[in-house]
Write a new protein. Structure first.
Length: 318
Protein backbone atom coordinates (compact mmCIF):
# COMPACT_ATOMS: atom_id res chain seq x y z
CA UNK A 1 0.00 0.00 0.00
CA UNK A 2 1.30 3.43 -0.99
CA UNK A 3 1.44 6.11 1.66
CA UNK A 4 1.93 9.78 0.67
CA UNK A 5 3.95 11.84 3.10
CA UNK A 6 0.98 14.15 3.58
CA UNK A 7 -0.69 11.31 5.46
CA UNK A 8 2.10 11.18 8.03
CA UNK A 9 1.75 13.12 11.26
CA UNK A 10 4.86 15.21 11.87
CA UNK A 11 3.85 17.70 14.53
CA UNK A 12 5.55 18.79 17.75
CA UNK A 13 4.96 16.22 20.44
CA UNK A 14 2.96 17.55 23.41
CA UNK A 15 5.93 17.15 25.76
CA UNK A 16 5.21 18.73 29.17
CA UNK A 17 7.23 21.89 29.63
CA UNK A 18 9.83 21.79 32.41
CA UNK A 19 8.73 23.52 35.58
CA UNK A 20 10.73 25.78 37.91
CA UNK A 21 10.43 25.83 41.70
CA UNK A 22 8.89 29.01 43.04
CA UNK A 23 11.24 31.53 44.76
CA UNK A 24 11.01 31.73 48.57
CA UNK A 25 8.51 34.27 49.91
CA UNK A 26 9.87 37.62 51.01
CA UNK A 27 8.76 37.14 54.67
CA UNK A 28 10.67 33.86 54.94
CA UNK A 29 13.79 35.52 53.57
CA UNK A 30 13.49 38.28 56.17
CA UNK A 31 13.12 35.78 59.00
CA UNK A 32 16.15 33.85 57.76
CA UNK A 33 18.27 37.01 57.84
CA UNK A 34 17.20 37.63 61.46
CA UNK A 35 17.99 34.04 62.42
CA UNK A 36 21.47 34.25 60.92
CA UNK A 37 22.14 37.53 62.76
CA UNK A 38 21.47 35.85 66.14
CA UNK A 39 23.11 32.51 65.33
CA UNK A 40 26.32 33.43 67.17
CA UNK A 41 24.39 34.12 70.37
CA UNK A 42 22.63 30.77 70.20
CA UNK A 43 25.85 28.83 69.56
CA UNK A 44 27.40 30.36 72.72
CA UNK A 45 24.46 29.36 74.92
CA UNK A 46 24.05 25.74 73.86
CA UNK A 47 27.58 24.54 74.90
CA UNK A 48 27.28 26.38 78.24
CA UNK A 49 24.09 24.53 79.07
CA UNK A 50 25.76 21.22 78.35
CA UNK A 51 28.74 21.93 80.62
CA UNK A 52 26.49 23.05 83.51
CA UNK A 53 24.71 19.71 83.52
CA UNK A 54 28.00 17.95 84.01
CA UNK A 55 27.44 15.42 81.22
CA UNK A 56 28.50 15.80 77.55
CA UNK A 57 25.53 15.77 75.22
CA UNK A 58 25.14 15.77 71.43
CA UNK A 59 21.82 17.55 70.93
CA UNK A 60 19.52 16.07 68.33
CA UNK A 61 18.16 18.15 65.48
CA UNK A 62 14.74 18.33 67.14
CA UNK A 63 16.29 19.46 70.46
CA UNK A 64 18.33 22.09 68.66
CA UNK A 65 15.25 23.40 66.84
CA UNK A 66 13.29 23.49 70.11
CA UNK A 67 16.08 25.32 71.91
CA UNK A 68 16.44 27.69 68.98
CA UNK A 69 12.72 28.52 69.17
CA UNK A 70 12.90 29.20 72.94
CA UNK A 71 15.94 31.42 72.62
CA UNK A 72 14.34 33.36 69.80
CA UNK A 73 11.30 33.89 71.97
CA UNK A 74 13.55 35.23 74.77
CA UNK A 75 14.91 37.74 72.25
CA UNK A 76 11.38 38.75 71.31
CA UNK A 77 11.55 37.12 67.86
CA UNK A 78 8.67 34.96 66.69
CA UNK A 79 9.88 32.49 64.03
CA UNK A 80 6.74 30.95 62.54
CA UNK A 81 7.45 27.92 60.26
CA UNK A 82 7.20 28.72 56.57
CA UNK A 83 5.43 25.41 55.98
CA UNK A 84 5.75 21.67 56.34
CA UNK A 85 8.10 19.76 53.99
CA UNK A 86 6.11 17.39 51.76
CA UNK A 87 8.98 14.87 51.89
CA UNK A 88 10.04 14.67 55.55
CA UNK A 89 6.84 16.16 57.08
CA UNK A 90 8.90 18.47 59.36
CA UNK A 91 8.47 22.26 59.64
CA UNK A 92 10.51 24.45 57.32
CA UNK A 93 12.27 27.15 59.34
CA UNK A 94 14.77 28.35 56.75
CA UNK A 95 14.72 28.51 52.97
CA UNK A 96 11.49 27.13 51.57
CA UNK A 97 10.90 25.75 48.06
CA UNK A 98 7.42 25.70 46.54
CA UNK A 99 6.64 23.23 43.73
CA UNK A 100 3.76 20.97 42.65
CA UNK A 101 1.48 22.95 44.96
CA UNK A 102 3.52 21.91 48.04
CA UNK A 103 6.39 23.22 50.15
CA UNK A 104 9.75 21.47 50.53
CA UNK A 105 13.13 21.71 52.14
CA UNK A 106 15.29 22.49 49.04
CA UNK A 107 17.45 19.41 49.66
CA UNK A 108 14.35 17.20 49.89
CA UNK A 109 12.87 18.16 46.50
CA UNK A 110 14.47 15.40 44.41
CA UNK A 111 13.92 13.27 41.29
CA UNK A 112 11.57 10.38 42.07
CA UNK A 113 13.85 7.99 40.14
CA UNK A 114 17.50 8.91 40.69
CA UNK A 115 17.28 11.18 43.76
CA UNK A 116 19.01 14.14 42.10
CA UNK A 117 18.16 17.47 43.77
CA UNK A 118 15.89 19.58 41.59
CA UNK A 119 15.93 22.92 43.41
CA UNK A 120 18.42 24.59 41.03
CA UNK A 121 16.95 23.69 37.63
CA UNK A 122 13.89 22.67 35.64
CA UNK A 123 12.00 19.47 36.32
CA UNK A 124 9.15 17.44 34.79
CA UNK A 125 5.99 16.32 36.57
CA UNK A 126 4.19 13.01 36.04
CA UNK A 127 1.49 11.62 38.30
CA UNK A 128 2.19 14.22 40.97
CA UNK A 129 5.89 13.27 41.14
CA UNK A 130 8.92 15.26 39.96
CA UNK A 131 11.59 13.89 37.62
CA UNK A 132 14.85 15.19 36.18
CA UNK A 133 14.80 15.62 32.39
CA UNK A 134 16.74 12.42 31.56
CA UNK A 135 14.66 10.12 33.76
CA UNK A 136 11.40 11.68 32.58
CA UNK A 137 12.16 11.03 28.90
CA UNK A 138 13.47 7.52 29.56
CA UNK A 139 10.31 6.60 31.47
CA UNK A 140 7.50 8.43 29.68
CA UNK A 141 8.48 9.69 26.20
CA UNK A 142 7.44 7.65 23.10
CA UNK A 143 10.13 5.43 21.56
CA UNK A 144 11.51 5.61 18.03
CA UNK A 145 10.75 2.46 15.99
CA UNK A 146 14.22 2.69 14.37
CA UNK A 147 16.65 3.46 17.22
CA UNK A 148 14.40 2.62 20.22
CA UNK A 149 15.52 5.86 21.88
CA UNK A 150 13.11 8.29 23.56
CA UNK A 151 11.66 11.02 21.33
CA UNK A 152 12.25 14.31 23.16
CA UNK A 153 10.94 16.86 20.63
CA UNK A 154 9.13 16.34 17.31
CA UNK A 155 7.53 12.95 16.80
CA UNK A 156 6.54 11.43 13.44
CA UNK A 157 3.75 8.85 13.44
CA UNK A 158 3.58 6.32 10.58
CA UNK A 159 2.80 2.60 10.19
CA UNK A 160 1.17 2.70 13.64
CA UNK A 161 4.56 3.50 15.20
CA UNK A 162 6.45 6.60 16.34
CA UNK A 163 9.77 7.78 14.86
CA UNK A 164 12.36 10.52 15.17
CA UNK A 165 11.72 12.51 11.92
CA UNK A 166 15.37 12.00 10.90
CA UNK A 167 15.05 8.23 11.39
CA UNK A 168 12.09 7.67 9.06
CA UNK A 169 13.74 6.59 5.80
CA UNK A 170 13.87 3.70 3.31
CA UNK A 171 14.67 0.47 5.14
CA UNK A 172 16.88 -0.67 2.23
CA UNK A 173 18.84 2.33 0.89
CA UNK A 174 18.38 4.83 3.73
CA UNK A 175 17.04 7.56 1.43
CA UNK A 176 14.68 10.09 3.03
CA UNK A 177 11.24 10.02 1.41
CA UNK A 178 10.24 12.85 -0.95
CA UNK A 179 6.87 13.86 -2.35
CA UNK A 180 6.28 10.37 -3.78
CA UNK A 181 5.87 9.01 -0.26
CA UNK A 182 6.72 5.45 0.67
CA UNK A 183 5.53 1.85 0.28
CA UNK A 184 5.18 -0.57 3.18
CA UNK A 185 6.15 -4.23 3.49
CA UNK A 186 6.13 -6.21 6.77
CA UNK A 187 5.89 -3.03 8.82
CA UNK A 188 8.92 -1.38 7.16
CA UNK A 189 8.91 1.64 4.81
CA UNK A 190 10.61 1.55 1.39
CA UNK A 191 11.13 4.04 -1.41
CA UNK A 192 9.31 3.16 -4.65
CA UNK A 193 12.48 2.11 -6.50
CA UNK A 194 13.63 -0.36 -3.85
CA UNK A 195 10.12 -1.68 -3.19
CA UNK A 196 9.61 -2.58 -6.85
CA UNK A 197 13.10 -4.06 -7.17
CA UNK A 198 12.67 -6.22 -4.08
CA UNK A 199 9.01 -7.22 -4.09
CA UNK A 200 7.32 -6.57 -7.46
CA UNK A 201 6.96 -9.57 -9.84
CA UNK A 202 9.58 -9.63 -12.63
CA UNK A 203 8.82 -9.70 -16.35
CA UNK A 204 9.75 -13.05 -17.92
CA UNK A 205 11.06 -11.17 -20.93
CA UNK A 206 13.24 -8.34 -19.59
CA UNK A 207 13.37 -9.28 -15.89
CA UNK A 208 12.40 -5.73 -14.86
CA UNK A 209 9.57 -5.17 -12.32
CA UNK A 210 6.02 -5.32 -13.68
CA UNK A 211 3.73 -2.62 -12.28
CA UNK A 212 0.88 -2.25 -14.80
CA UNK A 213 -0.29 -3.24 -18.31
CA UNK A 214 0.95 -6.80 -18.03
CA UNK A 215 0.17 -10.18 -19.56
CA UNK A 216 0.00 -13.46 -17.69
CA UNK A 217 1.35 -16.40 -19.71
CA UNK A 218 3.68 -19.41 -19.42
CA UNK A 219 3.41 -19.40 -15.59
CA UNK A 220 4.66 -15.81 -15.32
CA UNK A 221 3.91 -12.16 -16.04
CA UNK A 222 5.15 -10.06 -18.95
CA UNK A 223 5.17 -6.44 -20.03
CA UNK A 224 2.87 -6.32 -23.07
CA UNK A 225 5.76 -5.08 -25.21
CA UNK A 226 8.01 -7.92 -24.01
CA UNK A 227 5.67 -10.79 -24.95
CA UNK A 228 7.04 -11.46 -28.47
CA UNK A 229 8.58 -14.33 -30.43
CA UNK A 230 11.88 -15.30 -28.86
CA UNK A 231 13.46 -15.71 -32.31
CA UNK A 232 12.22 -12.79 -34.43
CA UNK A 233 10.82 -10.50 -31.66
CA UNK A 234 7.56 -10.02 -33.56
CA UNK A 235 4.24 -9.78 -31.74
CA UNK A 236 1.60 -12.45 -31.96
CA UNK A 237 -1.26 -11.51 -34.25
CA UNK A 238 -4.54 -12.92 -33.04
CA UNK A 239 -3.02 -13.67 -29.65
CA UNK A 240 -1.83 -17.21 -30.51
CA UNK A 241 1.72 -18.40 -29.92
CA UNK A 242 3.72 -21.61 -29.55
CA UNK A 243 5.67 -22.62 -26.47
CA UNK A 244 9.06 -24.30 -26.51
CA UNK A 245 11.09 -24.76 -23.32
CA UNK A 246 9.04 -22.12 -21.53
CA UNK A 247 9.55 -19.43 -24.19
CA UNK A 248 7.02 -18.08 -26.73
CA UNK A 249 7.54 -18.48 -30.51
CA UNK A 250 5.62 -17.58 -33.62
CA UNK A 251 4.48 -20.55 -35.75
CA UNK A 252 7.32 -20.31 -38.24
CA UNK A 253 10.13 -20.25 -35.72
CA UNK A 254 8.51 -22.83 -33.49
CA UNK A 255 8.44 -25.35 -36.34
CA UNK A 256 11.88 -24.26 -37.44
CA UNK A 257 13.24 -25.04 -33.98
CA UNK A 258 11.46 -28.37 -34.12
CA UNK A 259 12.83 -29.13 -37.61
CA UNK A 260 9.34 -29.16 -39.21
CA UNK A 261 10.10 -26.81 -42.11
CA UNK A 262 9.40 -27.83 -45.73
CA UNK A 263 12.67 -27.97 -47.65
CA UNK A 264 10.77 -26.99 -50.77
CA UNK A 265 8.89 -23.84 -49.68
CA UNK A 266 10.45 -23.00 -46.31
CA UNK A 267 7.09 -22.98 -44.55
CA UNK A 268 6.06 -25.09 -41.56
CA UNK A 269 4.83 -28.62 -42.21
CA UNK A 270 1.78 -29.09 -40.03
CA UNK A 271 -0.25 -31.71 -41.92
CA UNK A 272 0.86 -34.63 -44.12
CA UNK A 273 4.62 -34.76 -44.41
CA UNK A 274 7.14 -36.54 -46.67
CA UNK A 275 10.58 -37.18 -45.24
CA UNK A 276 13.40 -37.86 -47.67
CA UNK A 277 17.17 -37.66 -47.31
CA UNK A 278 16.70 -36.33 -43.76
CA UNK A 279 14.55 -33.44 -44.98
CA UNK A 280 10.82 -32.80 -44.76
CA UNK A 281 8.42 -31.69 -47.51
CA UNK A 282 4.83 -30.83 -48.03
CA UNK A 283 3.56 -33.58 -50.37
CA UNK A 284 2.87 -31.00 -53.08
CA UNK A 285 6.39 -29.60 -52.76
CA UNK A 286 8.17 -32.94 -53.14
CA UNK A 287 8.84 -32.40 -56.88
CA UNK A 288 11.62 -32.76 -59.44
CA UNK A 289 13.84 -29.72 -59.43
CA UNK A 290 14.04 -29.75 -63.26
CA UNK A 291 10.58 -30.70 -64.56
CA UNK A 292 8.61 -29.93 -61.33
CA UNK A 293 6.81 -33.24 -61.61
CA UNK A 294 5.62 -34.92 -58.43
CA UNK A 295 8.13 -37.36 -57.01
CA UNK A 296 7.38 -40.62 -55.34
CA UNK A 297 9.48 -42.24 -52.70
CA UNK A 298 11.78 -44.79 -54.21
CA UNK A 299 11.62 -43.25 -57.70
CA UNK A 300 13.73 -40.10 -57.23
CA UNK A 301 17.40 -39.34 -57.41
CA UNK A 302 19.35 -36.87 -55.28
CA UNK A 303 22.15 -34.71 -56.55
CA UNK A 304 23.65 -32.22 -54.12
CA UNK A 305 20.70 -31.21 -51.98
CA UNK A 306 18.20 -31.26 -54.86
CA UNK A 307 15.76 -33.96 -55.90
CA UNK A 308 15.14 -35.16 -59.50
CA UNK A 309 12.91 -37.71 -61.14
CA UNK A 310 14.75 -40.61 -62.79
CA UNK A 311 14.41 -39.38 -66.41
CA UNK A 312 15.59 -35.82 -65.60
CA UNK A 313 18.45 -37.11 -63.55
CA UNK A 314 19.64 -39.39 -66.35
CA UNK A 315 19.23 -36.59 -68.92
CA UNK A 316 21.22 -34.10 -66.85
CA UNK A 317 23.87 -36.16 -65.18
CA UNK A 318 24.37 -39.45 -67.02
Amino acid sequence: QHHPLSAISSTPMPVPQPLLPSPPPTEAARQLDELLADLGHMQSKLPAAGQGAGTPMEPSLDNMLGSLTRDLQELGITAAPAGVCAACRKPIAGKVLTALGKTWHPEHFTCAHCGQELDKGPFFEQGGRAFCEEDYHQAFSPRCAYCAGPIREKVLTALEQTWHPEHFFCAHCGKVFGDEGFLERSGKPYCRQDFLAMFAPKCQGCERPVTDNYLSALQGVWHTECFVCTECLSGFEGGSFFELEGRPYCELHYHQRQGNICHGCGRPVTGRCITAAGRRYHPEHFVCTYCLGRLHKGTFRECGDKMYCQPCHDKLFV
